[in-house]
Design a protein around this ligand. Structure first.
Ligand SMILES: Nc1ncnc2c1ncn2[C@@H]1O[C@H](COP(=O)(O)OP(=O)(O)O)[C@@H](O)[C@H]1O
Ligand SMILES: [Mg+2]
Length: 367
């Protein structure tokens, strides 16, 4: 049995970027969640390749998905063990693990979103209760099942005076509007790193464009940018969420990128991310005074500079300015969501997902 009320939860996030696993230990025993330890496990190439392959229809998917779910449980369990070792905390003291799993399909229009992980195996290997499958209940209640982080953003970043917007630059970008008074909302604006990473992989042979230096060496192609901006996703009003089903290399290729200089395409993609985020904030978050960025994109200096230029006079910083390392925000959100589930409290915000109402999210696998 987990120690009653230790307030310690593990959060596990592996997002659409397919970069790897972010693991955190969060201490909720005081009023504010405190990051007690963190650990990143990059995916080995075969795991990344198989997860990416399963994001599109293919042969023998049922067995392959089951095998990847088992492999992921193993990797998540190793990430948990490493995180707890760093903190010197035994597994028995952890109340639960909140595990997002690896998204391979996100089809809210069809009523489902699939995150792979064998949660039973993770509970068995870690010796800790696991909460997983957070999205299904929101979808069952008519929601998008995404984004799920806005409730956590509201819990930790909302301010009584300053109107803040939290922007998560993961594979996909999502924003959370935090007006001091009124309704907290959130939605996916479109691609953040998915396309930047794919283009960098193709032309640099690197998993991503470090600090955005390659993008900074090119110049954004305005006609190409306009063509991309015409995708109806960007003008659609929230609630909305998206993924690799829509924004993938095939989407990029439909825009005739082959005839452009690769570094100009990269610059255009960076501008696309910055512009769609800035425009979404201007349109949907009127009165915002501060934009606080989290996710791996916060380390992309070129992208941050573009966003700062387009969002001005609204100031752009990272969540580090609010005392939370941008790298770990999303993983911390899943520790928080696990705690909400165990306390029988809702994890979704109906204004963000479009669900019929607040719902307790997740399926619980006892230790
Ligand atoms: N130093 C860096 N320079 C540029 N981009 C970076 C850097 N570090 C991370 N990133 C970007 O952040 C991504 C990972 O962000 P993350 O928030 O983990 O996304 P996800 O939640 O989709 O996994 C990487 O794929 C990469 O695009
Ligand atoms: Mg990641």
């Amino acid at each position: 049995m987990p120690a009653a009320g230790s307030g310690l939860y593990v959060g596990l996030m592996s997002g659409t970027s397919l970069d790897g696993i972010d693991a955190v230990l969060v201490d909720f025993s005081s009023g504010t969640p405190r990051l007690a330890a963190s650990h990143h496990v990059p995916f080995a190439d075969p795991v990344r390749a198989e997860a990416l392959a399963l994001c599109a229809p293919g042969a023998d998917e049922i067995d392959r998905a089951a095998r990847l779910s088992n492999a992921l449980a193993q990797l998540y369990a190793e990430a948990v063990a490493a995180t707890l070792a760093r903190a010197g905390v035994p597994a028995a003291e952890v109340e639960a693990i909140g595990c997002h799993g690896q998204t391979v399909r996100h089809r809210p229009d069809a009523g489902y979103s699939v995150q792979l992980v064998n949660a039973a195996l993770l509970a068995e290997l870690a010796g800790v209760r696991v909460v997983a499958d957070f999205r299904s209940r929101d979808l069952a209640a008519g929601g998008q099942g995404a984004p799920l982080v806005p409730a956590f953003h509201a819990a930790v970043f909302r301010d009584a005076r300053e109107h803040r917007v939290v922007v998560n630059l993961g594979g996909i970008a999502n924003v959370t509007d935090l007006p001091p008074l009124g309704t907290v909302r959130g939605f996916d604006t479109g691609p953040a790193n998915i396309l930047l990473d794919a283009w960098a992989a193709r032309h640099l042979g690197e998993p991503f464009d470090r600090a955005g230096r390659w993008a900074a060496s090119g110049s954004a192609d305005e006609p190409l940018l306009c063509e991309m901006l015409a995708d109806p996703y960007f003008a659609a009003r929230p609630p909305k969420s998206t993924g690799r089903e829509r924004f993938d290399l095939a989407w990029l290729e439909r825009h005739g990128v082959a005839t452009r200089r690769p570094q100009d395409v990269q610059a255009t993609l960076a501008e696309l991310t910055a512009r769609t985020v800035a425009e979404a904030i201007a349109r949907e978050c009127p009165g915002a005074a501060a934009v606080c960025v989290c996710g791996g994109g916060a380390r992309n200096d070129d992208l941050m500079a573009r966003l700062a230029r387009l969002a001005a006079p609204v100031k752009v910083t990272s969540t580090a300015a609010l005392g939370v390392d941008p790298e770990w925000v999303e993983a911390m959100a899943f520790a928080w969501l696990a705690r909400q589930a165990l306390l029988g409290r809702p994890g979704n915000l109906p204004e963000a997902t479009g669900a019929r109402g607040p719902r307790v999210l997740g399926a619980i696998y006892p230790a």
